[in-house]
Design a protein around this ligand. Structure first.
Ligand code: GDP
Ligand code: FO1
Length: 305
């Protein structure tokens, strides 16, 4: 039984790799919800959709998000009526947001909705949003705080980052099944994901932090930072913004209470001593997933640890 904590683009690769080795009944993916956003009256869950699309084999792989071979007629036409068009919602992608919003309006929780959508996409792994609540990652900049998507997509990641916060209820609760999936797993994998804006919102939920601390020796994380740089996305800017080091050591510091092991790239072997000083076992491996074969190899390695 493997339970995975996931963000979006980087995580989708490892989740796909794990799904190639593990029976669907034995794989649970707990997904970030901090980047969820309401746009055009639709509730959009980018990371949940990225994971669902990856497992269904319909993810646009080069982009790492959205439905493959999608078109953007809705967005093009909508912009003529003054609709915001900075967040690229494809025509096929649109269907999942409309279906989700309808089901939520009918009273289903985000977890229940995700289960329904997974069934329609013939995804048999358990995909759980970290919470049914809206917990929103806010990026603090000199211009004030803004939604993560506004910072990264609308503003192209240009404002300075002064800090990051998670906006929501005072004591956010995990979605049904999340704590049990972590508690009962033989192995918990923290995917390569943005530690601040993808794994951060999951760790923000007190009972998730608590159970991870308990099973820490069974938790293995994969560094999203190789050679002191993220492979993609704004992780470097966010890590600096919260005062963390942009290195596998910085990642180990953030995860040290929750993960017993951290996989770093072969080229970062020199960082292992510093990682172990923090009390995390450092393991060097090929953690760059350039193609599906690399995804499966890394997944196999993680299973074998
Ligand atoms: P993002 O930062 O907003 O793109 O959110 P994600 O949680 O989807 O983050 C993707 C993270 O995965 C980035 O920090 C990347 O550096 C990392 N990443 C992407 N591809 C790979 C890969 O092949 N291997 C590893 N180790 N990390 C990856
Ligand atoms: N990322 C972009 O850089 N530009 C976009 O226009 C964009 C649209 C989009 C639509 C649906 C979806 O599920 C994801 C989308 N993403 C887009 C990705 C998303 O902003 C981030 O990669 C994740 O939120 C980070 O975890």
């Amino acid at each position: 039984m493997i339970t995975v904590l996931a963000g979006g683009t980087g995580s989708a690769k490892l989740v796909r790799g794990l799904a190639a080795h593990v029976s669907p009944d034995d794989l649970t993916v707990i997904v970030n919800i901090g980047d969820n956003i309401l746009l055009h009256g639709l509730y959009i869950c980018p990371d949940v959709d990225t994971i669902l699309y990856a497992l269904a084999g319909v993810l646009d792989k080069p982009r790492g998000w959205g439905f493959k071979d999608d078109t953007f007629n809705f967005l093009e036409q909508g912009s003529k009526y003054g609709l915001e068009d900075w967040f690229k919602l494809g025509d096929k992608d649109l269907a999942i947001h409309i279906a989700r919003t309808e089901m939520m309006k009918a009273g289903l929780t985000l977890g229940e909705v995700t289960q329904q959508i997974a069934k329609h996409l013939k995804v048999y792994q358990k995909v759980l949003p970290a919470s049914d609540e809206h917990i929103e990652t806010r990026i603090l900049t000199p211009e004030g705080d803004m939604h993560l998507q506004e910072f990264w997509v609308k503003r192209k990641g240009t404002p300075n980052v002064l800090g990051v916060s998670y906006r929501g209820s005072e004591n956010p609760q995990p979605a049904s099944g999340v704590v049990k999936a972590i508690h009962d797993a033989d192995k918990v994998v923290i995917c390569p994901a943005n530690p601040v804006t993808s794994i951060g919102p999951i760790l923000h939920i007190p009972s998730i932090r608590e159970v991870l601390t308990k099973v820490r020796s069974r938790v293995v994380a994969v560094s999203p930072i190789v050679n002191n740089r993220p492979i993609s996305g704004p992780a470097g800017k966010f890590l600096r913004g919260i005062g963390a080091e942009v290195s596998p050591v910085g990642v180990a510091q953030i995860y040290s209470g929750f993960a017993g092991r951290l996989l770093v790239d072969e080229t970062d072997r020199a960082a292992i001593d510093s990682i172990e000083e923090i009390g995390v076992e450092g393991i060097a491996a090929n953690i760059l997933m350039r193609d599906e074969s690399a995804e499966r190899q890394l997944a196999q390695f993680i299973i074998s640890i």
